[in-house]
Design a protein around this ligand. Sequence first.
Ligand code: C5P
Length: 270
Amino acid sequence: MIEAAPAKVNLALHLRRRRDDGYHDLETLFAFTDFGDTLRVVYEEGLSLAVDGPFTAAVGDGDNLVLRAARALALAGGCPAHAALTLDKHIPVAAGLGGGSADAAAALRLLNRFWRLDWPLERLAEVAVPLGADVPACVFSRTLAGAGRGDELAPLDLGLAGTPILLVNPRVAVPTGPVFAGWDGIDRGPLDPAGWRTARNDLASPAITLAPVIAAVLDALAATGATFVRMSGSGATCLALYADAADCSAAERALADRHAQWWTVATTLR
Ligand code: C5P
């Protein structure tokens, strides 16, 4: 059995408040792409995870979120945790694309079928909450408005399915915690989903402080004829939307010529 783990982007992310539990209250718009990792499973006694794909080396050999998700589901569902999982890793790590969260969410959906629990996504999203702030959104992998830590979710249709999107990462890993910690604490106001095109990513400024190359990525994308350019999540990946697929692939080629070391993917929004 196989399950896709779509990469997540944040079209907007407004920080509202530092909380006492180490997290931040935020308002965000999650969207998902047709690009991502894939997770496969076959039956074997016990629980195991193998990793292959271009970002294998970036996946630590610690307790992967996929295994934590599998154990959490087995516990919640009262089923023995027997599964040999293989993760095909294409999403860069610590990149603002929710890679680890997408993998954990894919594990919940995959094992939900494999272990014949057949729970609705809403119930899987409850299991996902302790696994990380973005994991419940990744369970749904559809456009959502997120509030609280990012796990209070409301579905939303921005009419963006099929929109060409270019993802660009300067191959600098940016850890999430320090970017949030660098926020100046100023609440710049709520996020109106209808006005997402003019909304902000309040993590861009602290991310650029930690990784100045992000500003160069945003400038480069702004010069490609994109209809919309933002940093995703806590960075360093930036995204650009285009009116058509030809514009998107032309932009990818232009960037590859000038910044051969940058990682790029041209795909579409789901
Ligand atoms: O929940 P997750 O492990 O993905 O979060 C990683 C880190 O990002 C947290 O430890 C916290 O520092 C930061 N974070 C935050 N506020 C959020 C989401 C994440 O401060 N709403």
